[in-house]
Design a binder for this molecule. Structure first.
Ligand code: SF4
Length: 203
């Protein structure tokens, strides 16, 4: 295990957040599917990492009720899925960055993902690739700004970063960066676990 992963796991545990490491996403997915019963309602926040691991599809196949707005076709159904996910038994998401001090750093446009990470679901599981580990908060925020254009392009947003590949602190109506949160320690009423995977995942 790389030193930065070890530092992050030790810091998370000091911050009262459970933490595990898997070399591969395949291994992590196998363990999660064994551990989570089919009667649990699964909420999912917008995440390329979760989508890459196909957890949405696998939990549906497992018989779980899955609340994930990316699976819905209309704005009304997407909104209903966001709201239901916010009170799920288990909420899955990634984070935009994690520091070696064990801080989870996220920037959202809507805010449903960051809100659900803090309060609402009984348990939150954050899955994160090693590419998102940064040494400190400054580099975490820098990482988020430097990678935001990838999400803007994925979502086909009309923002300056989508064209220039860099942030200009825009006032675009489609701006994605409206809420930034830092989880320093486990939110007191939410069970929380971070799973670090030894692969590059998400943006
Ligand atoms: S503030 Fe605007 S330009 Fe900067 S990353 Fe966010 S959406 Fe892109």
């Amino acid at each position: 295990m790389e030193q930065k992963v070890q530092n992050t796991i030790e810091s998370l545990k000091r911050n009262n957040i459970a933490a595990r490491y898997f070399d591969s996403s395949k291994e992590a997915v196998e363990v999660l599917l064994k551990e989570i019963n089919a009667d649990k309602v699964i909420g999912i926040g917008g995440s390329m990492t979760i989508k890459t691991l196909e957890l949405d599809k696998l939990f549906v196949e497992n018989g779980n009720e899955v609340c994930f707005h990316w699976l819905e076709q209309t704005p009304e159904k997407m909104e209903a899925a966001r709201r239901k996910a916010a009170v799920a038994d288990i909420y899955f998401s990634s984070a935009n960055a994690i520091t070696e001090k064990g801080q989870l750093v996220n920037t959202d446009g809507v805010g449903n993902r960051v809100a659900a990470m803090i309060y609402g679901p009984a348990k939150v599981i954050i899955i994160i690739g090693i590419n998102k580990i940064t040494s400190n908060l400054d580099t975490a925020l820098e990482r988020i700004k430097n990678n935001a254009y990838k999400n803007a392009r994925r979502l086909k947003l009309n923002t300056p970063c989508s064209i220039n590949e860099k942030c200009s602190s825009c006032n675009s109506p489609q701006r994605m960066c409206n809420v930034t949160t830092i989880i320093d320690k486990k939110p007191s009423r939410t069970e929380m676990e971070v799973i670090i995977i030894g692969e590059e995942l998400g943006f």
